[in-house]
Ligand binder design. Structure first.
Ligand SMILES: C[S@@+](CC[C@H](N)C(=O)[O-])C[C@H]1O[C@@H](n2cnc3c(N)ncnc32)[C@H](O)[C@@H]1O
Length: 298
């Protein structure tokens, strides 16, 4: 090499063994099957990421990933493998159903079921928050008409960076691409305001939701959502292996109050309706309603 030559770019050595070790880590950490989701170029993105950390081997990167303090790093890896794509009021019929049918029914049934006048909503795998704020807009609108009713809306994602962005509530036009101007005014309050380089979720709406980092693979951590009435987990299951997906369905069934509903992504309908649920048409979409124990018993 002459003095003028730039230094050779650092390279990583991938082997069958270290790639399989990474796949195994991702599966046990998040339930995600890399093979199923890894789009073209994912290995290159991971390579760039590892090098940007100043780490020079896949083996050292794996060691780092296992360290207790590496939650952000693990989240970053997940974001390289999955797509964090989301937008406001995605699959709008589910939201229409929640506003027009489900919330009024849940509010009505509280007394009959011996439940507190609180409705609990979880948006699981919420990415950067668009889904959670859409739910929150509907819930805030409903709650203002039923002031005696408390509603909590929680958005949760494995990736701390997504959760941070969700908390900030700052978006580009892309996130609102399916929101018509009418919808902005339908609620009787503005959902967001324009700022120089995008949109900011209005303070009332921001205060109405909580965001947290949550790994769905950690079923124990999910237990604090027992007593939920609405769980949205959309465009997340596609990444998971079947056994974990089934365990998660069972978990959601256990977390929901009777009559509560689970909503999955448009293309994620399950081949078999999971035990303890019934399939409910929601205009042109679907949801899964938890059966009352009496209906469920054999
Ligand atoms: C395509 S986004 C879906 C966003 C939103 N639910 C929607 O449908 O618009 C998938 C999200 O799932 C999250 N995710 C993947 N595995 C997860 C896990 N084990 N626990 C929690 N979130 C997970 C990813 O970080 C990503 O933000």
């Amino acid at each position: 090499m002459s003095h003028q030559d730039p230094p050779a770019p650092p390279a990583l050595t991938w082997t069958e063994k270290n790639y399989r070790a990474l796949e195994k880590f991702v599966l046990s950490y998040s339930g995600i099957i890399m093979d199923r989701v890894a789009q073209k170029g994912v290995r290159d993105r991971i390579t760039q990421h590892i090098l940007s950390l100043g780490v020079s081997s896949v083996e050292d990167y794996l060691l780092l990933l296992h360290s207790r303090k590496s939650a952000a790093l693990r989240g970053e890896l997940i974001s390289l493998i999955t797509v964090s794509e989301s937008y406001f009021f995605r699959n709008p019929d589910q939201f229409r159903y929640i506003a027009r049918t489900l919330l009024p029914r849940l509010a009505e049934n509280r007394q009959e079921l011996g439940l507190r006048r609180e409705i609990r909503v979880l948006s699981a795998g919420c990415s950067t928050g668009e889904e959670t704020y859409s739910l929150a807009a509907i819930c805030l609108w409903f709650q203002r008409r039923h002031p005696d009713l408390a509603i909590t809306v929680v958005g949760a994602d494995i990736n701390p960076r997504n959760v941070e962005q969700a908390r900030e509530g700052l978006y580009r036009a892309r996130s609102f691409r399916k929101v018509s101007r009418d919808l902005r005014h339908e609620f009787g309050f503005p959902l967001y305001r324009e700022i120089p380089d995008g949109y900011a979720v209005e303070e009332d709406l921001r205060r109405f939701v909580q965001f947290k980092t949550l790994n769905l693979k950690d079923l124990d951590a999910l237990k604090c959502h027992a007593g939920s009435d609405i769980i949205m987990c959309r465009n997340v299951l596609i990444y998971f292996e079947d056994t974990f997906r089934n365990a998660l369905m069972q978990m959601f069934q256990g977390l929901l109050n009777p009559g509560g509903m689970l909503f999955l992504g448009e293309t994620e309908s399950l081949a078999v309706v999971p035990a303890g649920f019934e399939l409910v048409p929601c205009l042109r979409a679907y949801g899964y309603r938890k059966l009352h124990p009496t209906v469920h018993s054999p």
